[in-house]
Ligand binder design. Structure first.
Ligand SMILES: Nc1ncnc2c1ncn2[C@@H]1O[C@H](COP(=O)(O)OP(=O)(O)OP(=O)(O)O)[C@@H](O)[C@H]1O
Ligand SMILES: [Mg+2]
Length: 335
């Protein structure tokens, strides 16, 4: 088994909810959104690790924690750094060390337009990290930027270098964002819904680009998406998240062949068939419960068509059903 490059352990991020003046005067205790609630997994070199789930389940929060953009409430994020030449806990690193590490850890956001600076020429935008990290400026910077522009398909680069974001299409803008994420030659990339704001044909081209870049630049991806179909197509392993917790984790193929958690099955049944364009027959229509405060029992129980009595009372543990295939569901717990 290869050594993981990343090991997320018991990670939690609780955001405090603002209390009203009346609640404060009444002495009501503070409530929290448990955006990431005790999450553990490993990521191996060169793999594509998918994080899948509905809106609000904590995917972006988890991605931001991993690259050190926000600090966890508790838990650790153990990363084997090649630049620092040691294993570090990103959760505990000082800002100065985190800055060095940002060369290795990058994020690609969902909305390319808001990630860009409208007043900056795209060549300067892509090359900015080279200046921030004191790696190159002037002509040398221009050359490195041109090279990466070619790699991401902004060709010929001299035609794009001096353009402003408003002069580009959505797909080209996302290529700019990817180029900037790659300019420092990173190792691990969190791709947070990198194609969800693009139309379908462009989505496919951006995905193909990301896959090619992974091979050419020996990248490892944490790929965040709400689309289980996309994750199953491109990821080696998938973690399915529901309200801050991983409810199923395993090889993509194992999850395609035998999805264990009722929530995973619900996500799979919601996929539109591209051949017939028929809307799926989804059995339930309810929304997830509020992520604020305590949830008793299994967090999926209120929507689960297969719930047992115990599901409403106790939270199930994450159990390994087959080698490397985990699920958090009472149906698989031996009692
Ligand atoms: N800075 C914050 N302060 C308070 N609550 C937050 C903050 N960031 C996220 N949350 C809450 O944490 C939960 C998880 O949010 P997150 O953005 O991680 O979800 P997501 O899975 O990425 O959703 P989406 O698919 O819509 O992008 C949500 O309930 C959200 O409202
Ligand atoms: Mg998100």
């Amino acid at each position: 088994m290869p050594e993981p490059i990343l090991h997320v352990q018991d990670l939690k991020k609780y955001f405090p909810v603002e209390r009203s003046l009346i609640d404060r005067l009444l002495g009501k205790s503070r409530l929290y959104v448990k955006a990431v609630d005790d999450v553990s997994f490993e990521v191996y070199e060169n793999e594509i690790f998918g994080i899948v789930g509905e809106s609000g389940c904590g995917k972006s929060t988890l991605g931001r924690l991993i690259i050190g953009l926000i600090r966890p409430t508790s838990g650790s994020i153990i990363y084997r750094s090649s630049l620092l030449k040691r294993t570090v806990d990103i959760a505990k690193l000082r800002e100065k060390e985190l800055r060095v590490l940002r060369r290795e850890l990058q994020i690609i956001f969902q909305d390319p337009y808001s990630a860009l600076n409208p007043k900056m020429k795209i060549g300067d935008f892509i090359g900015h990290p080279l200046e921030i990290h004191g790696i190159a400026k002037g002509e040398e910077k221009r050359e490195l930027v041109m090279k990466i522009m070619e790699k991401v398909g902004l060709v010929p680069p001299e035609e794009y270098y001096d353009r402003y974001p408003r002069e580009l299409s959505g797909g080209q803008r996302q290529r700019v964002v990817i180029a900037r994420a790659l300019i420092l030659n990173p190792r691990l990339i969190v791709a947070d819904e990198p194609t969800s704001n693009l139309d379908v044909s462009i989505q496919a081209r951006i995905i193909a680009l990301l896959l090619r870049l992974r091979d050419e630049m020996k990248l490892t991806y944490i790929f965040i998406t709400h689309s289980i179909a996309l994750a199953q197509n491109i990821c080696n392993r998938i973690a399915v998240m529901y309200l801050g917790k991983i409810v199923e984790l395993g090889d993509s193929q194992a999850i395609i062949d035998e999805p264990l958690h009722p929530y995973t099955r619900l996500l799979m049944s919601s996929v539109i068939d591209p051949d017939t364009c028929k809307l799926p027959r989804v059995r339930e229509v309810s929304e997830p419960p509020s992520p604020i405060g305590e949830i008793k029992g299994c967090r999926f129980a209120s929507r689960c068509p297969e719930k047992l009595d115990i599901c409403l009372k106790e939270e199930p543990p994450l159990v390994e059903v087959y080698l490397g295939h985990y699920v958090r569901c009472w149906h698989y717990v031996r009692r």
